[in-house]
Design a binder for this molecule. Structure first.
Ligand code: GDP
Length: 296
């Protein structure tokens, strides 16, 4: 992870501050400016950075700061807490309940890691003793069903899909119906993600959601997309009722700010992060350890 580049920048700014002979408002403002530049470069959305700056500034009492033996720690803690607040929407994440036939729909752009994450989540709950089924409602991308079939087979997870049916809504309905009939605990529906024809993609998502009535909709976002995270998450949020988020590719070049922006844009909690291409590369998300890693 390159998450902790931000930590190195903030630490060096704090170090510079501690060398200042007098720590006054001007010095604190300069420090916050430097920290905010580092946050922007870590892909945190500009509005959120401004908000964080104001909040940190409000929290720092100049008299207390001058009297404090560890000035760096005071500022560091304020920044840490504010970042935690941004990445934690204060909503209890949805979890499938045993004894209920839970339906989860996955949405996200093509290449975000949706199909991979569907299998990862299925394997996670299978390990917890649930009867899990996967439905491939992506008829747009050639090879989507084969990919899900291969992943599911490898994980020994039952799957449903079709090589001949072109209507993803029908496939989703039929798949969910069959798994419900067979008393599955968790039914995960993978939908298609596209780069183009976004309107069509969004209309299709709405139709599938209407047909299968998911208990939760998981928005999958590539953690390496940087500042595009805010607008992408907003576009999805406006169309479907996003319940949770999975941020993928956090083993790559992701800097963490994209995840923060996605939470802020949707008001939904991150439930897992993807940390690799393999089935078990899925980590449960927790705000404080995530921010700790970001700050190095
Ligand atoms: P979809 O089009 O959204 O269904 O995306 P896929 O599931 O096909 O994933 C696109 C590519 O990203 C594949 O090569 C996956 O192996 C890869 N991928 C998915 N999640 C992760 C992750 O957490 N880390 C890494 N490094 N690669 C991932």
């Amino acid at each position: 992870m390159v998450l902790n580049e931000l930590g190195a920048r903030i630490n060096s700014a704090l170090h510079a501050l501690s060398k200042e002979p007098v720590i006054d408002e001007k010095a604190v403002d300069a420090l916050l400016r430097e920290i905010c530049t580092a946050l922007l470069e870590s892909d945190v959305n500009v509005r959120l950075v401004q908000q964080l700056r104001q909040n940190v500034r409000k929290r720092i009492n100049m008299d207390e700061l001058s009297a404090s033996a560890n000035k760096r720690k005071v500022i560091q803690t304020a920044v840490f807490d504010e970042l935690c607040t941004l990445v934690d929407p204060g909503v209890q994440p949805w979890v499938p309940r045993k004894g209920k036939q839970n339906v989860v729909m996955f949405v996200g752009l093509q290449g975000s890691g949706k199909t991979t994450s569907c299998t990862k989540l299925a394997a996670y709950y299978k390990r917890k003793g649930m009867k899990v089924g996967l439905v491939c409602a992506d008829t747009f991308r050639a090879g989507a069903f084969d990919q899900l079939r291969q992943n599911a087979s490898r994980a020994h997870i039952p799957y449903y899909g079709s090589y001949t049916e072109a209507d993803p809504v029908l496939i989703a309905m039929e798949g969910v119906k069959q798994f419900k009939k067979d008393k599955f605990d968790l039914i995960i529906v993978d939908t298609s993600g596209r780069h183009k024809q976004e309107m069509e993609l969004f209309a299709e998502m709405q139709q599938i959601a209407k047909a299968v009535r998911p208990d939760n909709t998981v928005f999958v976002m590539d953690g390496t997309i940087g500042q595009a995270a805010d607008s992408q998450a907003r576009a999805f949020k406006e169309t479907v009722d996003i319940g949770s988020i999975i941020i993928t590719k956090m083993d790559g070049h992701a800097k963490g700010g994209g995840a923060i922006s996605a939470v802020a844009a949707t008001g939904s909690p991150i439930i897992f992060i993807g940390t690799g291409e393999h089935m078990h590369d899925l980590d449960k998300f927790s705000a404080r350890p995530f921010v700790s890693k970001m700050l190095g």
